[in-house]
Design a protein. Structure first.
Length: 218
C-alpha cells in the first residue's frame, strides 16, 4: 500500500457507502482470525465513519484500551489529543475522526512493552475500510509500524528520520512519534518536534475538520 491509498478524495460519501461501512464494521468486530495467537479473547477496537475527514493510524490497542473498548483511552491518547489540539468530543466523533490501527486487537505483552500488531490484520481490513471513507483529508501516521506500512515507497528508515522530513510528505500526511509515556526521553531529546511539528499539526487538523478553534484537554 502506498501513500496514494490515503490521499484525500473530493467526492462525497454516498448513502450506500455508509451502509457498506456499517456492515464491514460488524464483520470486523466479529473477527477471530488471530484468536489462537492472542493471549485473550479478540476485541477489535477502531472507529470509522463514511464522512470522517481525519484518519489516525496507530500501532494496536494497549491493555487499557482493550479493557475499555475505546480507542486511545489512555495516557497516550491524552497526549495525542493535546498534540492535535482537540477535545474528546471531537476526537470520538466518528463522523469527523476515523481511528484504524495497524492491528485492531491488543497483541499482548512482550519482553519490553506490547508485542507488535498481528500481521494478518492490516491486509484483511485496511484497504476495505479506507475504500469506504472517501472524505479523508488528513492522515496521521502514529509510530513506526504505521509509517513503515504507508511510507515504504518513500524510503522510511526510522521514526526520527521520517519526522525530520515530515514536510516532504505533503499537506495531507503527518507522521508522529508514538505518544506513549515510554517515549518521554525521545520528546526531551527532540524538542524541535513540539516546537515545529505540533503547531503545524494543529493547524492542519483544524483545516481538515473545519474547526474555528479548538482547546486541548486539561
Amino acid at each position: 500500500m502506498s501513500t496514494s491509498t490515503i490521499r484525500p478524495l473530493s467526492t462525497q460519501a454516498a448513502p450506500s457507502q455508509a451502509s457498506e461501512l456499517e456492515r464491514l464494521l460488524g464483520e470486523i468486530r466479529a473477527c477471530r482470525v488471530c484468536a489462537e495467537r492472542l493471549p485473550h479473547e479478540p476485541r477489535p477496537v477502531l472507529q470509522a465513519g463514511a464522512a470522517a475527514r481525519l484518519l489516525i493510524v496507530g500501532q494496536a490497542p494497549g491493555a487499557r484500551v482493550h479493557a475499555s473498548g475505546i480507542p486511545w483511552s489512555d495516557a497516550s491518547g491524552r497526549r495525542l489529543r493535546e498534540w492535535m489540539g482537540i477535545d474528546e468530543a471531537v476526537f470520538y466523533d466518528a463522523g469527523q475522526v476515523a481511528i484504524v490501527p495497524m492491528g485492531l486487537c491488543f497483541p499482548g505483552r512482550g519482553a519490553s512493552g506490547d508485542r507488535p500488531p498481528e500481521k494478518a490484520c492490516a491486509p484483511l481490513w485496511q484497504e476495505r475500510l479506507l475504500a469506504l471513507m472517501s472524505q479523508i483529508r488528513l492522515t496521521l501516521l502514529v509510530g513506526g509500524y504505521a509509517q513503515q506500512h504507508f511510507l515504504k515507497q518513500q524510503g522510511h528508515q526510522s521514526v526520527t528520520d521520517t519526522l525530520r522530513n515530515w514536510q516532504s510528505l505533503g499537506q495531507h500526511i503527518v507522521p508522529l512519534p508514538h505518544p506513549s509515556p515510554r517515549n518521554v526521553a525521545w520528546f526531551k531529546a527532540n524538542p524541535w518536534f513540539e516546537g515545529e511539528v505540533v503547531p503545524a499539526l494543529r493547524e492542519r487538523v483544524r483545516g481538515a475538520l473545519e474547526l474555528q478553534a479548538s482547546t486541548p484537554e486539561e
